[in-house]
Design a protein around this ligand. Structure first.
Ligand SMILES: [Fe+2]
Ligand SMILES: [Fe+2]
Length: 166
């Protein structure tokens, strides 16, 4: 038996706020990584995902509206730590042949984090009967998965290009 009045709806709102803050942080970081990337294809993929991320932030705003709650972020410390690490790699490996490998790995960690968050949000939205929120969250989840897959391909391609050049 639950001991307090806290509900799954409260939990959903907290995760929404966390994810909203995380996406806004990601939006800023993607621009920075894009400018640093050595490979044009990686820069293009990061740019495309930056545009997608803007749409994802709008979807979260739509869901806050559905909930009748203000769109507000609760600073996501997990994302901040991941982005701080990405920034360290960017500074330390700038101009080196390993920079893109580091950027791809850092961004894949972000995508995996987002995939778990949206997976959870989507199943909680289903459980709570938030039928309009479910497809919005599903669409973002698909974009995060697709981005992760593209980054995996770019990582492989990098290795192949280096092998060919060796
Ligand atoms: Fe995202
Ligand atoms: Fe993402």
């Amino acid at each position: 038996m639950a001991q307090t009045e806290k509900t799954l709806e409260d939990l959903f709102l907290i995760l929404m706020q966390d994810t909203y803050s995380a996406e806004k942080q990601v939006l800023r970081a993607l621009g920075k990584m894009e400018r640093a990337a050595e490979s044009e294809r990686l820069a293009a993929a990061l740019d495309a995902h930056r545009a997608e991320t803007e749409g994802q932030i709008e979807r979260l705003q739509q869901i806050f509206e559905l909930l009748g709650k203000p769109a507000r972020g609760k600073p996501c410390e997990a994302m901040q730590s991941m982005l701080d690490e990405a920034d360290e790699i960017l500074q330390e490996f700038k101009g080196s042949e390993a920079l893109d490998a580091g950027l791809i790995a850092a961004q894949q960690a972000v995508e995996h984090y987002e995939i778990t968050r949206y997976g959870t949000l989507k199943s909680w939205a289903e459980e709570l009967g938030l039928t309009e929120a479910v497809p919005l969250l599903g669409q973002t989840l698909e974009e995060e998965r697709k981005t992760d897959a593209i980054l995996s391909l770019l990582a492989k391609e990098r290795v192949n290009v280096e092998a060919a050049e060796a």
